[in-house]
Design a protein around this ligand. Structure first.
Ligand SMILES: [Ca+2]
Length: 454
């Protein structure tokens, strides 16, 4: 990161934190700044989910301090998977142990052990240089705990870094640890003992698979393993494997999203059952400011037997029915707008209508006119291409009003992806100006889609 970039980044974060908050959300908008019911950014990265009665629990890494080092495992509750209330921290640092503030605690996942009527948390436990490669276990009598730390160790004496757990639907609720082992080269699935305190034996092993960020969802008797490959904090094309037995054999890997999108710039964290389908819950890690890493959730369509992410800017859930609904919006092409200054029309087959507007910022801007609004605040998705290896961002001004800044992740030059912004459009016609008054280049703007929901 250059020195020049820092002031603009700060402005960008400040603007997002100041975004207007609705009292209750009813849609999922991936990539937006998700806030809890107190208005604070949700800090639950690398998350794990659990349903107890009618309450959903979300456990995750609190990365508000923008470091990889352990801060807290947070616990949030919701009845709709959309509006989340922060509860007490589930797990907090203990000095002199493997979960001190100079250690690593990642990917916390919680199982309920019915035999002991106990909640058992498993997590990746490591030293600050990721050299220890252990699992940690903690237990509690209530879902949010606080949990009592039991220890960290190498399962069956071997490495474990990125991991998850899976509870099967048999009467004994047999559960498994899923983990990247042997210096992240081999992927293993090991059965837990009846207390869920340790593993007993490896039931499946994929040598040389180099998988990370695993999760398993089982629907109609088929196990679907979702995982990324290894590329640090940068996203890669996450894959699925399927099997009729958790011990395998597992199918060869296949994509869950178009490869060029790198899983819509995200990494798997959890895969939550939804009717006969599932919800893909991922992280869009931002390694330079980890605490503003975004959550990327999409429907995971299992109807074909091959899990596919359904890209959706704005979507909603019917949890009782186990269904989802993807909102449709109105598209406006950037190239149909008024192009000003040094901004330039671009041509390319990756763009909607074959065109986009580039060289935005540093004196170039584009104004899209006659955008129909509803006067109630609504989501607008910006579709853009950013060929840099780092984020860009764009200013957005409605009807000549003050600018907000939208971060634009790297997408690759030939791939168009979207990022959302909530705008207060007036009822009827609006003009939206992009990239005026900014001294850095924004991504190339292809189009915007305006949704009715806010
Ligand atoms: Ca276009």
């Amino acid at each position: 990161m250059t020195q020049l970039f820092i002031p603009f980044l700060v402005l960008s974060l400040f603007t997002l934190w100041k975004s207007p908050l609705a009292s209750a959300e009813n849609v999922i908008v991936s990539g937006a700044a998700w806030t809890d019911t107190s208005g604070n950014l949700i800090q639950a990265h690398g998350g794990g989910f659990l349903k107890v009665g009618s309450t959903y629990y979300w456990f995750g890494e609190d990365k508000a301090s923008n470091t990889t080092l352990f801060h807290d495992v947070s616990c949030y509750t919701s009845t709709d998977l959309i509006n989340w209330t922060r509860q007490n921290n589930a797990l907090s640092p203990i000095s002199g142990t493997m979960i001190s503030t100079s250690d690593i605690v990642e990917r916390p996942k919680v199982l309920f052990n019915q035999k002991n009527a106990e909640y058992v948390m498993w997590f990746h436990s490591d030293t600050s240089n990721y050299g220890a490669a252990m699992v940690g276990v903690a237990t509690a009598k209530s879902p949010c705990g606080p949990y009592t730390y039991k220890g960290s160790w190498k399962p069956l004496g071997a490495d474990s870094r990125d991991m998850s757990v899976f509870q099967d639907d048999d009467a004994a609720q047999t559960s498994y640890l899923l983990y990247a082992s042997d210096n992240n080269q081999d992927f293993k699935i090991a059965q837990l003992d009846s207390n869920y305190y340790n593993v007993t034996s490896v039931v499946s092993q994929m040598n040389g698979a180099t998988l990370e960020a695993p999760g398993i969802v089982k629907r109609n008797g088929v196990y679907y393993l979702i995982a990324s490959h290894t590329s640090g904090w940068a996203p890669n094309p996450n894959k699925f494997f399927s099997a009729s037995d958790i011990a395998g054999p597992w199918s060869s890997q296949q994509d869950i999203a178009p490869e060029a999108t790198n899983t819509y710039s995200s990494q798997n964290a959890f895969d939550f059952p939804l009717g006969s389908n599932a919800i893909y819950m991922g992280d869009r890690w931002r390694s330079d400011v980890l605490g503003v890493s975004r959550y990327i959730w999409f429907p995971l369509d299992l109807s074909s037997g091959s899990p596919k992410i359904v890209q959706a800017d704005v979507w909603s859930l019917n949890l009782a029915a186990g269904t989802y609904s993807v909102a449709s919006g109105t598209s406006y092409e950037a190239e149909s707008g008024t192009i000003s200054g040094s901004a330039t029309l671009l041509t390319g087959s990756q763009f909607s209508g074959g065109k986009a507007v580039g060289y935005l910022g540093v004196g170039g801007s584009v104004t899209i006119n006659n955008v129909q609004g509803n006067g109630q605040g609504q989501w607008v998705a910006l579709y853009f291409a950013n060929g840099d290896s780092t984020y860009r961002n764009t200013t957005v001004s409605v009807n000549g009003g003050p600018s907000v800044v939208v971060d634009q992740m790297n997408t690759g030059e030939s791939t168009v992806m979207s990022a959302p912004v909530r705008l207060n459009l007036r009822s009827g016609s609006n003009s939206i100006t992009f990239s005026a008054n900014q001294n850095t280049y924004a991504a190339d703007l292809d189009k915007i889609i305006v949704y009715q929901q806010g």
